[in-house]
Structure formats: structure tokens, C-alpha cells
Design a protein around this ligand. Structure first.
Ligand code: HEC
Length: 231
């Protein structure tokens, strides 16, 4: 199901789209919150630092912290970062016609993974920018929240997402994690050391799919992983 979250610019509740719990309504606000929460940088949408009561230096810092202070990140930088993040390409798939990859693709569907990791969409005709309109994309996600069970729960709510709810992460590009990021840690807190561990942590609404993978033999598991690594 979708999350319903606060839009800082429109001052109203709208559908959540970005973040581990779909807690942000659009890419710009996701970027603004990353500047603020991850990097401690102020913007016109979030002009104040998250200072605790005892952080006196933080509270007294002038930059963007008062009516006279300019935000540390200008609106122009925000606009450029929005353009960049909006138009970042995903890597092309590899080994698409490999026999093992094709067998793994069948098993992905057989196990019911696609009920959340939805393979394919066509973007809307009225997209934010013409180059993003009418594009066939293959994110392998429904971008919706699912109850993933107690094993994955962080017991932290975010708007309508409970401590057990997570947004289905897109799987496109996941096979290049090692090459791009230099590790193979997966899931919201990086607890899975590889793709198979990530699948085996699935519980709640995904319990049945996880059980299917447990019933696969070694050859079938290898094929499923070859498919995931081709994304
Ligand atoms: C009920 C919905 C659902 C089903 C069914 C499902 N998944 Fe997921 N999947 C999720 C969610 C939600 C997460 C994120 C969980 C987290 O981070 O705690 C996830 C995470 C993952 C990840 C890790 C992604 C990352 O970037 O860390 C992989 C890989 C994955 N799923 C593969 C599969 C495969 C393969 C199947 C089928 C055997 C499957 N999933 C079935 C919802 C689902």
C-alpha cells in the first residue's frame, strides 16, 4: 500500500514515493532531507539544523539558522542536483540471453517475487520533463509498502509506515553493487552479506516467496542468483 506523507512545499499530505519507507513525496524533498539529515546542510525548504538542546554551537550557528542567514545550499544548487538525480541512467542489463539467467528469470516469477518486484512500466505522457515521458523502464519494484515481518522490523514508524513496513526497493542495477560500491551488503540496514541472504530475510507478506526459494535445489538457487546479478 502507498504511504501518505507531508509535502514541505505544498503544505499538505500526499503520496510517499522515495526512501526506505516511502517517507518522501518527491525527489527534490528527498534531496533536501539528505542534505539536512545526512550532511547537516540547510536549504530554503529546511532552513534549520536538527540541533539538540545541548548542542549550543549548532544552535548559534548563523548559516541558514535565522531569518538573516542564507541557506548553505542555494536554490540553484538544489535545482541542479534535482536535474542530475532525475536523469541519472540505470546500467544496462548483462547476459540477458544466458541460459542460466533465463532459467533464473522463470524461477523469479515462479516464486512470486514479481508480485512486489514488478518488472516493467511505461512512464506517464505528462512526466516532469519531456525526456522522461513514455519511457519503458524496468525497476523491478511496485514502489509500495509491505509488511516484511518481525525479522526485518526496526520498530520505527514513518507517517503511515509501521515498524515492519518497507518500500520494495528497485532491483535494477543490483548485480553491479560490488563493482560500483565495493561491497555486497543488502537490505535497509545492510545486514545481508549477499543476495541470497537478502532473499532469506524476507518474511511477512513475502514469507511464501522466501519458502519457495528454500525449496529450490542448489542449481535453481544458482540460477535465481545469476538472474538477480544480471539486473
Ligand atoms: C511482499 C513483497 C515482496 C516479495 C514477494 C519479495 N520481495 Fe524482495 N524485497 C521487498 C522489500 C520490502 C524489501 C526491502 C526489505 C528491507 O530492506 O528490509 C526487499 C528486498 C529485496 C532485496 C534486497 C534489495 C536491496 O537493495 O537491498 C532483494 C535482492 C530482493 N528483495 C529479492 C527478492 C526475490 C528474489 C524475491 C522472490 C523470491 C523477493 N524479493 C520477493 C519486498 C518483496
Amino acid at each position: 500500500r502507498p504511504n501518505q506523507v507531508w509535502d514541505d512545499a505544498l503544505h499538505k499530505t500526499v503520496m510517499g514515493r522515495f526512501g526506505w519507507k516511502a517517507g518522501q513525496p518527491n525527489l527534490n524533498q528527498q534531496n533536501v532531507h539528505a542534505f539536512s539529515g545526512d550532511m547537516g546542510l540547510t536549504t530554503s525548504l529546511r532552513p534549520f539544523d536538527d540541533c539538540t538542546d545541548t548542542q549550543t554551537a549548532c544552535k548559534q550557528a548563523p548559516n541558514g539558522n535565522g531569518p538573516d542567514g542564507e541557506p548553505e545550499v542555494s536554490d540553484n544548487i538544489l535545482r541542479l542536483v534535482l536535474f542530475y538525480t532525475r536523469n541519472l541512467a540505470v546500467p544496462a542489463r548483462r547476459d540477458v540471453n544466458d541460459e542460466q539467467v533465463l532459467a533464473g528469470k522463470n524461477l523469479f516469477f515462479q516464486a512470486g517475487c514479481q508480485s512486489c518486484h514488478t518488472p516493467k512500466y511505461t512512464t506517464a505522457a505528462n512526466a516532469a520533463e519531456p525526456e522522461l515521458a513514455n519511457q519503458v523502464i524496468r525497476p523491478y519494484s511496485d514502489l509500495l509498502l509491505h509488511d516484511m515481518g518481525d525479522g526485518l522490523a526496526d520498530n520505527r514508524t514513518e507517517f503511515q509506515a509501521s515498524g515492519r513496513d518497507w518500500r520494495t526497493p528497485p532491483l535494477w542495477g543490483i548485480g553491479l553493487t560490488q563493482a560500483v560500491s565495493g561491497h555486497t551488503q543488502f537490505l535497509h540496514d545492510g545486514r545481508a552479506r549477499n543476495l541470497l541472504e537478502a532473499v532469506l530475510w524476507h518474511g511477512g507478506e513475502a514469507q511464501q516467496a522466501q519458502q519457495q526459494v528454500l525449496s529450490f535445489n542448489a542449481e535453481q538457487r544458482a540460477a535465481l542468483l545469476a538472474f538477480l546479478n544480471s539486473l
